[in-house]
Design a protein around this ligand. Structure first.
Ligand SMILES: CC(C)(COP(=O)(O)OP(=O)(O)OC[C@H]1O[C@@H](n2cnc3c(N)ncnc32)[C@H](O)[C@@H]1OP(=O)(O)O)[C@@H](O)C(=O)NCCC(=O)NCCS
Length: 176
């Protein structure tokens, strides 16, 4: 994976009905560590990282690159959205395409925040990189993620086996 490269970054704050999307800042570091150390968040992502390793290795401003959004609710970080280039993706159909990822704190699940925030990030993407599809890979056992992908307009391209599990590769066609 690599970042999106030459896009206007950072964007203006992106506001949705309930949320704000913005680039990462130092004040979110603790929440980034919480996200990365959470066993629930990493159930389908290969397991969490040890907190002490994260405390040592996380930079002062984590994940600051074009396409990396912090999602805020009432001024507090609840998740991260990642739009990257799937350089070197193991499936040829996805290689080099823009790729969506998302991680939300468990306390923010089940309220539609991920869907609201991802839709806004995809709208932003359509504006700065018009005419491109977006791909998404998730374990097919990750029911919440599969439902979210469908809501966002991703449809199945193929399933494949990797990282000891069945993976679902979805694609969202370019916006008209
Ligand atoms: C994947 C993940 C982001 C999904 O989060 P989520 O909160 O379940 O997703 P949504 O934002 O779509 O919200 C889902 C539910 O909120 C409920 N909800 C409550 N209030 C709502 C509102 N105002 N508007 C919309 N939905 C609402 C809906 O019932 C919806 O359930 P449904 O899908 O059965 O209809 C979350 O499980 C997560 O962070 N997982 C760990 C990381 C991960 O596995 N990432 C995938 C790899 S890319």
């Amino acid at each position: 994976m690599s970042d999106l490269g030459h896009v206007a970054w950072p964007p203006e704050l992106i506001r949705t009905e309930r949320l704000v999307l913005r680039e990462p800042e130092a004040r979110y570091r603790t929440t980034f560590i919480e996200l990365r150390a959470s066993p629930e968040v990493h159930t389908y992502l290969g397991g969490p990282r040890p907190r002490d390793e994260l405390e040592r290795g996380t930079p002062e401003v984590p994940e600051r690159w074009p396409g990396s959004f912090v999602v805020e609710l009432d001024g507090t970080m609840i998740g991260q959205i990642l739009l990257r280039r799937a350089v070197g993706h193991r499936r040829p159909v996805a290689a080099g395409k823009a790729d969506l990822g998302y991680l939300f704190l468990p306390k923010a699940w089940g309220r539609g925040y991920a869907a609201e925030a991802c839709a806004a990030a995809l709208d932003w993407f359509d504006g700065v990189v018009p005419g491109e599809p977006v791909v998404l890979t998730t374990q097919s056992a990750n029911v919440a993620s599969m439902r979210l992908a469908a809501k966002l307009g991703f449809t199945e391209v193929e399933r494949f086996h990797a990282w000891d599990a069945e993976q679902w590769l979805g694609l969202r066609p370019p916006a008209m």
